[in-house]
Design a protein around this ligand. Structure first.
Ligand code: IVH
Length: 671
């Protein structure tokens, strides 16, 4: 055989395997036996070993894994991965539908879907090839788990038919229940502990370093959303169905996994159906999701800070069990907040064995009227820590002791405080109470804050015990020798940590502000304050009125910020952080002009003088806003070559002016 012929043979084999693979895993049929399939795969593997140069980048042999990921790289999402607002109440679904109707004032189609209880994933395709798979992470950045995701047989490596050149498809990776059970049986026969529940195991599996282990586990995936500039449909439902032609496993209408309805009655029927049928599914769901179908209507409805207004999740009621209350212990958080936690007799609930439950605060304890030894009802409402929702007082013994909330901090003995109008007790000893000191440092280094590599809670504990650190600024004075001396550390780890601290000096100011750990100043509020006041000095000296004038800053937050910076110790920490070289001001992005201010643009097709990306950049730098679908709120559609007819039609229907590339350039020309 000539090399050319070998190459051809390998390509043919790869195509055949991909075809049978899709048939088997996505369509649940097969034209050949398992044996024949294995023979094809073996043959291709042999050829790839012999002619490694001819191995295709996305060869189906990767399905068996083998690639090792040492470190999962962090990747920024092109489209943020938001969450869904959710409810357990059907009345709230009715309210939601009414709000949608009020805002849209037109006929509306809804898409009903299952809410898969797995791990969200975004997979990017370019020119019909799998490019990258990224986890949800914090919503703006996730981790590149491509090698592992490529082993999931239902996720195509190459696409078929008429797919868009570039897009991202999102869905949920989950553990099919039969595979989960099989895995646990194997583990138990190996003397290993079984895994607690399918969802956490799916999430853990996705983060394994050895992709061949992932391949054996048999994860699966449903895709439920497509994101891109040039999508074939004007609505969610049609686009998802199209993705099936490209080779994706999508939830099918014939199984009632996906359904388009036109009214609240249709929505309710779907909810009723799955409330009853969900136990028979071969995978776990925790509710259903309702989405407005039309992309333009979705855009008009928009988003809140965390979730789209065009979608809502209805969650099913949770399982409830009874357990014995053994005692109540009290945890001290980084802000000094005291959380009572109930120790329970171990009891299986929703796939895990529950031993503890959160009690939230004193009022909660009083409301439940808790006595030691009580029989309590426990529920898992989506949170990791279950809740006590009631007490069976008939079971109470005569001499049982009432649970009284503590008055002294269990860690440092300081008398606790409870502010007016607040439910939580605090330990006011913020500079002397160990869990608070350590908690603040752990918050400072955490991923959403300074994201310092090479250090975790355990290292903080050791550094604190050895009196090497007592606040975040101390971290930047640590020497390599001091770190290398710690248990389970060494030269290499010390160098990593020093490098991690060095890298944290590039973290933008809004995250530094969040990292300071000011009470009530979360990620979003830190951003608002940072963007409004621009630098740390202005914030430190801001008056109450200055602060409450900032969007999302109320009385409580303003007082907390002022109190934080009135404390000399906190001001000193800031001074030392400035000296260490951290970012203490926002970096302003230059605007070229404000000519397009307040105008929303949709761009479509390809352009002569610039790429799509450059065009978007121009819109942005002149104060305009890029949006992805046409709605009645769109100001202009910029039409390039090869633009789809559907968009043009929609623009006409909604009276949105259409600009050529030239028209647009004229708009932003200098006077
Ligand atoms: S749509 C912007 N559809 O639920 C909306 N999410 O709380 C993005 N999920 O992170 C999500 N089934 O992991 C959507 N049919 C479904 C879903 C679903 C499960 C998960 C997903 C997401 C979370 C949102």
């Amino acid at each position: 055989m000539t090399e050319q012929e070998v190459k051809q043979q390998m390509e043919d084999l790869a195509a055949k395997i991909a075809h049978y693979n899709h048939q088997y895993y996505v369509e649940n049929t097969s034209e050949i036996s398992d044996y024949e399939f294995d023979q094809l795969l073996k043959k291709l593997e042999e050829l790839e070993r012999e002619y490694p140069d001819f191995k295709a980048e996305n060869s189906p042999t990767q399905r068996v894994g083998g690639d090792i990921t040492k470190k999962f790289e962090t990747v920024e999402h092109e489209y943020p991965m938001l969450s869904l607002s959710n409810t357990y109440s059907q009345d709230e679904i009715v309210d939601w539908e009414n709000r949608v109707k009020r805002q849209i004032q037109d006929s509306i189609e809804y898409v009903c879907e299952l809410k898969y209880d797995g791990v969200a994933i975004g997979v990017r395709y370019k020119n019909g090839r799998f490019e990258q798979a990224v986890t949800r992470g914090d919503g703006t950045k996730g981790e590149d788990v491509s090698a592992n995701v490529k082993t999931i047989r239902t996720i195509p490596l190459r696409l078929k038919n008429d797919f868009p050149t570039e897009f991202e498809i999102r869905g949920e990776i989950f553990f099919p229940l039969d595979r989960f059970q099989q895995l646990n049986e194997e583990r138990e026969s190996n003397g290993e502990d079984p895994f607690a529940n399918p969802r956490n195991t799916a999430s853990g599996t996705l983060k394994l370093q050895d992709s061949s282990v992932v391949a054996q586990r048999g994860l699966d995936c449903f895709l439920y959303g497509i994101y891109g500039d040039e999508l074939p449909g004007e609505g969610h439902y049609e686009t998802v169905l199209k993705a099936s032609d490209w080779g994706f496993k999508i939830p099918l209408p014939k199984h009632r996994y996906l359904e388009k309805v036109e009214s609240i009655d249709g929505i309710m029927e779907f909810i009723e159906f799955w409330s009853e049928q969900r136990a028979d599914l071969p995978f776990e769901i925790d509710g259903v999701v309702i989405k407005v179908n039309d992309y333009g209507q979705q855009q008009d409805l928009g988003f809140t800070a965390k979730s789209p207004r065009w979608a809502i999740a209805y969650k099913f009621e949770t399982e409830r069990v009874s357990a014995q209350l053994q005692d109540v212990v009290y945890q001290v958080g980084r802000t000094g907040a005291i959380t009572p936690v109930a120790n329970l007799s171990p009891i299986p609930l929703g796939g895990t064995v529950v031993k503890r439950a959160s009690l939230h605060n004193e009022d909660q304890i009083n409301k439940l009227d808790l006595y030691a030894g009580d029989t309590v009802y426990v529920e898992k409402g989506g949170e990791i820590i279950p809740k006590i929702v009631g007490v069976d007082s008939n079971e109470r013994s005569e001499d049982a002791q009432k649970i009284e909330f503590i008055s002294q901090c269990p860690e440092c003995g300081t008398t606790l405080r409870r502010f007016e109008g607040e439910a939580q007790h605090y330990c006011p000893n913020d500079t002397g109470c160990p869990p608070q000191i350590k908690g603040r440092i752990i918050h400072f280094i955490s991923r959403k804050a300074m994201d310092v590599d090479g250090i975790g809670a355990e290292t903080v504990e050791q550094l604190y015990q050895r009196e090497l650190i007592a606040n975040s600024a101390d971290l930047y004075s640590l020497t390599k020798a001091q770190i290398a001396n710690l248990e389970r550390m060494g030269q290499r780890s010390a160098e990593n940590l020093i490098a991690g601290l060095e890298a944290s000096k590039e973290v933008p100011f809004e995250r530094v502000l969040f990292a300071l750990g000011i009470r009530y100043v979360g990620e979003t509020v830190a951003k608002k304050i940072a963007y409004s006041k621009k630098n740390i000095k202005t914030i430190m000296d801001a008056g109450y009125d200055d602060l409450v004038a900032i969007d999302e800053v109320g009385e409580k937050i303003a007082i907390a910020v002022q109190e934080h910076f009135q404390n000399v110790a906190n001001r000193e920490i800031v001074d030392r952080l400035i000296e260490a070289g951290l970012q203490m001001a926002v970096i302003e992005r230059e605007r070229e002009s404000e000519r397009l201010k307040g105008k929303k643009f949709v761009i479509s097709g390809v352009f002569n003088e610039m790429s799509r990306k450059e065009m978007k950049g121009l819109i942005d730098s002149h104060g305009g806003q890029n949006v992805s679908s046409i709605s009645s709120k769109t100001n202009y559609l910029i039409a390039g070559e090869n633009m789809g007819p559907a968009k043009l039609e929609k623009a006409k229907k909604l009276d949105v002016p259409v600009l050529s590339e030239k028209d647009f350039l004229k708009m932003i020309e200098h006077d």
